[in-house]
Design a binder for this molecule. Structure first.
Ligand SMILES: C[S@@+](CC[C@H](N)C(=O)[O-])C[C@H]1O[C@@H](n2cnc3c(N)ncnc32)[C@H](O)[C@@H]1O
Length: 389
């Protein structure tokens, strides 16, 4: 997600280079072949999966720049170290109660958050037993390795890369910053009180929508639960819920910290949000067309935090806190850390982007799901909105 100051919503999308276009065309050809094999349209979640993760071609699986000013979006750890310092403070508090455990980050991007958190844990004397990075992209693994080698050369040998959750149970802390929003979603619209599930077909003019009566039950439940009206279009992130349940079965003791943009269910499925939250990012332009330049742009949706809390509960995790990102970081001493920085301008810029409601402070939320943790978490000491879920 780009932050407000550098985000152009709508407007003119810059044209890709000839090489980038050729790359996108290869992915389009692959998706067209999948559509032909399906005889009647590819479910949108599978289109999104291919556009983002098709090996060697998808947005996160190929070499696109993605993160930072020259990429497509900026995430909180990329703005500066204050975010990671505050997260590190929270992680240290959890390790104090746990006594020991591993630190695992899912979807670590450039590796910046992990490096900042490990530096904070070093200062606090709270380093974990082991560090795992759950990352499937070879290109991103290489970037993470290079950053760790440069910033923490003595520590890099203790880091292990994983392609899936550890098969055995474990104790510790799991971080997921802007990961759930990148998972493929099922899109649906309501017609005569029933869900029609979005599929993608290919015509001479390019990809377009097709709507099928193929709901597996989750869209129907949402229509009933939130009384969604006809012509309402939205998404449900079944993969995120399954992912949380999977982790919940493995996390024997500890905390999962989910940081992402989104809302409690009744805000997500508010009657006024009639076209869902699907959003694409291409070179700091945000727009709503997932069929534009497949493989070159990010495709995301917001997170329904009520659904995440429920998925956690199904595997025995309880909500140990739910707050805006602004409230979470301020609870962990963001302002005091900023004051201690020698570059006052850089400090003020980070605080502004991380906490202002017009930037990342309010739309972004932090949810802690825990098992076997009794102490209240410091990050929710100023504000805890668990009752809004
Ligand atoms: C928007 S990026 C965020 C990267 C980083 N956490 C940051 O904040 O800069 C989303 C990342 O989530 C990863 N991701 C998506 N689904 C995942 C899954 N099921 N398991 C682990 N990582 C996943 C993507 O590959 C991508 O690297």
């Amino acid at each position: 997600m780009s932050i407000g100051g550098s985000l152009d919503v709508g407007g003119h999308i810059p044209a890709p280079s000839a090489d980038a276009l050729a790359h996108s065309q290869r992915l389009v050809a692959m998706i067209e072949a999948s559509i032909r094999a399906e005889h009647g349209g590819l479910a949108f979640d599978r289109f999104m999966e291919a556009a983002l993760y098709a090996p060697g071609l998808g947005y996160y699986a190929a070499g696109a720049r993605k993160f930072g000013p020259e990429g497509d979006f900026v995430t909180a750890p990329e703005i500066g170290s204050l975010f990671g310092q505050c997260v590190g403070q929270q992680v240290a508090g959890i390790f104090e109660e746990l006594g020991h455990g591993v630190l695992l980050e899912a979807g670590p991007g450039t590796g910046r958050l992990m490096v900042d958190v490990l530096e904070a844990l070093t200062i606090l004397g709270a380093l974990p037993d082991a560090v795992f990075l759950l990352e499937t992209s070879p290109e991103l693994r290489e970037r993470q390795h290079a950053l760790l080698r440069r910033r923490l050369p003595d520590y890099v040998a203790r880091v292990t890369w994983l392609s899936e959750w550890p098969s055995d149970g474990f104790e510790g802390v799991v971080l997921a910053n802007e990961v759930l929003d990148a998972m493929p979603v099922t899109r649906f619209r309501v017609a005569a009180g029933q869900p029609l599930v979005a599929h993608v077909v290919h015509e001479a003019s390019g990809f377009s929508w097709d709507w099928h009566n193929t709901d597996t039950g989750s869209a129907t439940r949402l229509i009933e639960r939130y009384a969604l009206p006809d012509d309402y279009t939205t998404e449900v992130n079944e993969r995120a819920s399954a992912w949380i349940r999977d982790l919940g079965r493995r996390l024997h003791r500890g905390v999962l910290l989910v940081i992402d943009y989104g809302f409690p269910g009744n805000e997500y499925y508010h009657p006024d949000r009639r076209d869902g939250t699907l959003m694409c990012h291409y070179r700091h332009h945000a727009h709503g067309d997932p069929f534009s330049y497949p493989g070159l742009q990010d495709i995301t949706s917001h997170v329904d935090f009520s659904a995440i809390a429920e998925a956690g509960a199904e595997s025995g995790l309880r909500v140990a806190g739910f707050s805006s990102q602004g409230g979470f970081l301020l609870s962990l001493g963001l302002l005091e850390r900023a004051e201690a920085m020698s570059d006052a301008m850089a400090a003020a810029r980070q605080v502004k982007y991380l906490t202002l409601p017009s930037e990342m402070g309010e739309l972004f939320k932090v949810m802690a799901l825990s098992r076997g943790i009794k102490q209240p978490l410091e990050g929710f000491s100023l504000s805890d909105r668990t009752s809004a879920l």
